[in-house]
Design a protein. Structure first.
Length: 271
């Protein structure tokens, strides 16, 4: 029976984590991954929100210690208890080996970024960039024109940047709704008749894989168009919904443009 599900994964500071895989501990840090077999471990000790992994060492030499900090205190205690329970007992009379020689270390593989993580990263960058632009413009206006004009900087900035961000996010969806029916692959999607997901449709891509699409039309069969290079990007082949999204994009972009012009023109206004 595998012991891995009963042992928690410890997530520490700076993206580090410590976990059990098979008969070894894996300590991942920002740039390195240490694989520590159970045979190299002498003691696993939890101390509040930190866990130490002490390796075996010959008599008279200091043992190598790996440490992960800022983890859950409850998880740290559970992890130490669980790992200590499955460590192999030391052989009687055998000299302790240097556990560090059993550890393998290599560059950590960076996990691929999910679409949600990429989206969150772009939103954060845009938000911080917007705040920085407002701060810089406020300083410029207060020096060049008058401090009271910073009010207009904040007003225009509060409108321009959120609407500009919304326009940027809407643009790919609107473009795909117009592009794919003409330049994508059009196929039939069949209603899945799923009680749990009443808006679920199924279609096949060029490789024969079954993919999902959600639509609230209620039709038994609908025509959809997908991108051959990314079959998960799907739109209605009849263009349903693209006009209102296009109008929404144009209105959003227009408001952003007007507010941005006012934001950039603030240093040239007179009190």
């Amino acid at each position: 029976m595998s012991i891995t599900p009963s042992i928690p994964i410890l997530r520490g500071s700076r993206g580090s984590d410590l976990r059990v895989t098979g008969a070894e501990l894996i300590l991942r840090r920002a740039r390195q991954e240490h694989r520590i077999p159970f045979a190299a471990v002498a003691l696993v000790h939890a101390e509040r929100r930190a866990v130490e992994v002490r390796l075996t060492a010959p008599a008279g030499t200091a043992p190598t210690v790996y440490r992960i900090e800022n983890v859950s205190e409850a998880a740290a205690r559970a992890f130490a208890r669980a790992v200590s329970a499955v460590l192999p007992p030391a052989a009687e009379g055998a000299a302790a080996v240097d556990g560090s020689t059993l550890v393998t270390t290599h560059d950590a593989e960076r996990a691929s970024e999910t679409p949600r993580e990429a989206f969150g990263r772009r939103v954060k960058r845009f938000a911080w960039g917007s705040v920085l632009a407002v701060v810089v413009m406020s300083v410029v206006v207060s020096v060049v024109v008058h401090p009271v004009m910073m009010i207009f900087v904040w007003i225009f900035g509060a409108v321009a940047f959120p609407f500009a961000g919304a326009a940027v996010l809407l643009t790919p969806s609107v473009v795909e709704r117009w592009r794919l029916p003409r330049h994508g692959i059009t196929v039939i999607a069949d209603y899945a008749h799923s009680a749990a997901e009443p808006s679920l449709y199924l279609y096949g891509d060029l490789d024969g894989n079954t993919r999902t699409y959600y639509d609230t039309s209620g039709s038994l069969r609908i025509e959809i168009s997908f991108d051959p290079s990314d079959p998960g990007t799907v739109v209605r082949a009849d263009g349903r919904g693209r006009w209102w999204q296009t109008i929404l994009l144009l209105v959003t972009a227009g408001i952003a443009l007007i507010a941005l012009i006012g934001f950039l023109a603030t240093p040239f206004m007179e009190v």
